[in-house]
Design a protein around this ligand. Sequence first.
Ligand code: DGI
Ligand code: FE
Ligand code: FE
Length: 199
Amino acid sequence: MYNEALKEKIKKDLQQSLSKHRYTHVLGVAAKARELAGQYGGDLDQAEVAGLLHDAAKQKTLADMQTLARRSFGDTLPDTIMSIGSLLHGYAAVTIAKEMYGIHDEDLLAALAHHTTGAEQMSTLEKIIFIADYIEVNRDFDGVEHLRSIAAQDLDQAVLAGYDSTISHLLDQKKTIYTGTVINRNALILAMQADRKLK
Ligand code: DGI
Ligand code: FE
Ligand code: FE
């Protein structure tokens, strides 16, 4: 399903629609997602394609993102998501995946939609894309090495550290925190407590 020809077509298109910097990031996420799928279980090619497509709508205008997102989600998305490009671009990427590449794999589409804010229940693939986005080889921020070492040990602990990193960053920057991000982090903590991965 996710063959070399599809990957090459996606890469060619992204090279046109993204800046060099963003395209390099996307290749890094695809490679890291493939590596994590090998480690935590999953289809390597599916993870790579999800990594390639996660920021496909990132450099579109807010109006274009809204139009794309409406074609897949109608009026179901919260106003906060619909009005902030940094929160909306993953949902817009879902429509690009479906319409440009005929991808209807719900797990892959959910991984695109949820890569920025997470979700209350995430599949292994959704967690892989969420965390690969933070730790791909080109990322260089305070704490990235720590996040990489956690991701090498435990996927849930890495996702939790990812939420924490985003929330700390937003606090430092005096930015609004999307309430869904907090709800999703709470849900992960409760699930980890139930699994005795946290006290
Ligand atoms: O698209 P990327 O830059 O690769 O990474 P991303 O999709 O994880 O994050 C995009 C931006 O969204 C990033 O600058 C942080 C921001 N963001 C993430 N969670 C929240 C958020 N912004 C707000 N306002 N609230 C959030 O909860
Ligand atoms: Fe993104
Ligand atoms: Fe990204």
